[in-house]
Ligand binder design. Structure first.
Ligand code: PSU
Ligand code: MN
Length: 303
């Protein structure tokens, strides 16, 4: 693992660092736009007083904190980076591959690099059952890793393409604290609210940091999910949202899309069929989440 100098220096001084994933760049946003968002994300972390540590695997090396040239590589249209979940890190390293890290793999690496807070877009979760079936076995490794890795993930809940109720049940079973940030509702990514409440709510970064510290004091165990709704001005229109969702789900079924390809295919449909509206929403919520992650990371250093 290579940790860049800026991150190493910040850690030595006790300054806040925020982990950032690369799958959202390589597989969640279109080429061109992804590179601009990569810079905007890092700028938002710095503006809130922390050091950004974007994480990827390049030439078989786990890298924590990327140079501008490395971000170019991750975002290049012809990069074809593998999507690396936690289980894929060993193979990617051993076989000298390039890959983008998901929430699961980014969390594992952040913990190894002693970075306690991670800001991103939406958590993976339990998928809806395929037509004619009552249960889906497509459950994101993000949930398992969050249950076993003491990192705080700041995100806008899970996308409505997932079974939100089932996802919340798994988080409860696996003892992951779910904390709403200035909300009583579990956020649904493009929409501020779902039908489901959050068990706990905080209203300031300091409160969030206190929860994280008290949770950690109970033993190593799980991470914490801090759920931050998309900024009001960027929330997607309900009618547009529901139409895109129905179309996207139909496409996944018709094209027999499976496994790790499901999320990118759905996102791509949202982006093209909404004429960019979903991209603006996605960017707005990620920027808000990484800024909040930085504020919480700073508050943790001040406890
Ligand atoms: N949500 C988004 N954009 C993304 C992802 C989620 O809005 O790019 C990515 C994250 O990296 C997340 C991963 O960890 O999708 C989950 O993939 P899967 O469902 O295959 O576990
Ligand atoms: Mn999956």
């Amino acid at each position: 693992m290579r940790v860049n100098e800026e991150v190493t220096a910040a850690q030595a001084d006790g300054r806040a660092v925020v982990a950032l994933e690369s799958t959202i760049l390589a597989h969640g946003l279109p080429p061109g736009r992804n590179r601009k968002v990569a810079t905007a994300i890092e700028d938002a972390v710095r503006a809130a007083g922390a050091v950004p540590a974007t994480i990827a695997v390049l030439d078989g090396q786990i890298r924590v904190g990327l140079t501008a040239a490395e971000l170019d590589r991750v975002c290049a249209p012809d990069a074809e980076l593998a999507k690396l979940s936690a289980r894929d890190l060993g193979p990617a390293v051993a076989l000298n591959r390039d890959g983008a890290t998901t929430i699961a793999s980014t969390s594992v690496i952040a913990y190894a690099a002693r970075i306690p807070v991670f800001g991103t877009g939406g958590l993976g979760g339990v998928h809806l059952p395929p037509p004619g079936e009552t249960k889906s076995w497509d459950v994101s490794a993000d949930l398992e890793v969050l249950a076993t890795t003491p990192v705080t993930v700041v995100c806008s809940g899970v996308k409505s393409v997932l079974d939100i109720g089932a996802t919340i049940e798994v988080l409860e079973t696996r003892s992951v604290p779910v904390i709403g940030y200035r909300t009583n509702s579990f956020p649904a990514f493009y929409r501020r609210e779902s039908r489901y409440p959050v068990p706990w709510r905080v209203d300031t970064p300091t409160e969030a940091a206190a929860v994280v510290a008290a949770h950690r004091a109970q033993g190593p165990g799980s991470g914490v999910l801090l759920a931050n709704p998309i900024p009001e001005a960027s929330e997607m229109d309900r009618g547009l949202h529901d139409r895109l969702l129905a179309e996207g789900m139909a496409k996944v079924v018709a094209d027999d899309v499976r496994g790790g390809d499901v999320t990118p295919v759905l996102l791509e449909h949202f982006h093209t069929a909404s004429d960019g509206a979903s991209l603006d929403a996605n960017e707005a919520l990620v920027l808000a989440n990484v800024a909040l992650a930085a504020e919480v990371a700073v508050a943790l250093t001040q406890l």
